[in-house]
Design a protein around this ligand. Structure first.
Ligand code: NDP
Ligand code: 8X3
Length: 246
């Protein structure tokens, strides 16, 4: 029998990268997926490939619509993955629109998903909630300022969940990767050439590597809670040190 057979899983940010890989992997483990993101065309295409999956157009920055879109589901597993970075400007010149986008998506968006899904899981006495943090939630690097602050906040929310929901039967996990080659850098830097340079000369993590870690965490026996997973590319020593071949 598949390990997640019969479970209903929500993945936010399932239209690309880590979220898409995670959705595929959880589906392969037997879960039925609700795939959420803004680019619903991509979600619909993915849903066609995954048995029982459905696409849900969702902007996590809009807390009210997150609440109403998710209220009718009884999730067993929630992966709060949707997130982004905007730019690498120093803190004294980051544009307000950039910091709003990061804080609204990475912090308030995660909170909206928690509020929309956790009370139901607590009432049912079981479930898994996985947050996508980052090594940027453990170290700050030049130009990382607001993005790092949002990921430090995600880590604080993970710790808060463990404390506030202790004894409810819910397991919480934060998965904190180093550099993963996805659309992340294109979104952050605004052009593909600069994004490609970020991953040149070393082997970055793939989104499947991260999905594998998430699948490991949520398929442990009920008494085992894998709390924090930090995953680095083998050639990345810190957020500022990457050993490249060229
Ligand atoms: P991608 O850019 O490939 O994917 C990001 C996903 O988030 C997309 O599906 C996007 O969908 C979704 N998203 C962004 N904004 C919103 C929104 N307002 N509402 C709903 N969905 C949204 O990046 P990754 O897969 O790399 O990133 C996934 C997570 O992993 C993020 O939280 C990121 O911070 C984190 N992470 C990434 C690392 C990396 O090196 N790539 C390393 C560590 C952590 P759409 O645009 O369709 O809405
Ligand atoms: C994404 C990884 O190092 O670009 O969270 O911040 S990093």
């Amino acid at each position: 029998m598949q390990k997640l057979s019969g479970q209903l899983a929500l993945v936010t940010g399932a239209s690309a990268g880590i979220g898409e890989s995670t959705a595929r992997r959880l589906s392969a483990e037997g879960a039925r997926l609700v795939l959420a993101a803004r680019r619903v065309d991509r979600l619909r295409a993915l849903a066609k490939e995954l048995p029982g999956a459905e696409a849900l157009e969702l902007d996590v920055r809009d807390a009210a619509s997150v609440g109403s879109a998710l209220e009718s589901f009884e999730f067993d597993l929630v992966v709060a993955n949707a997130g982004l970075a905007r730019g690498t400007d120093p803190i004294h010149s980051v544009e307000e629109s950039a910091w709003n986008d990061m804080i609204d998506t990475n912090v308030k968006g995660v909170l909206a998903v928690i509020r929309a899904t956790l009370p139901g899981m607590i009432a049912r006495g079981r479930g898994d909630m996985v947050l996508l943090g980052s090594v940027a939630g453990r170290q700050v690097y030049p130009g990382g300022n607001v993005y790092c602050a949002t990921k430090h906040a995600v880590r604080a929310l993970y710790e808060a969940l463990r404390l506030d929901a202790a004894g409810t039967g819910i397991r919480f996990t934060t998965v904190d990767p180093g550099m993963v080659e996805t659309e992340f850098s294109r979104v952050r830097l605004g052009d593909q050439e600069r994004a490609d340079a970020v991953y040149r000369g070393f082997e970055a993590l793939t989104p499947d590597d991260v999905a594998d870690a998430i699948a490991f965490a949520v398929t442990r026996p009920p008494h085992v809670n894998i709390g924090e997973i930090v995953i680095w590319p083998s050639d990345q020593a810190s957020t500022t040190i990457v050993k490249r071949s060229e």
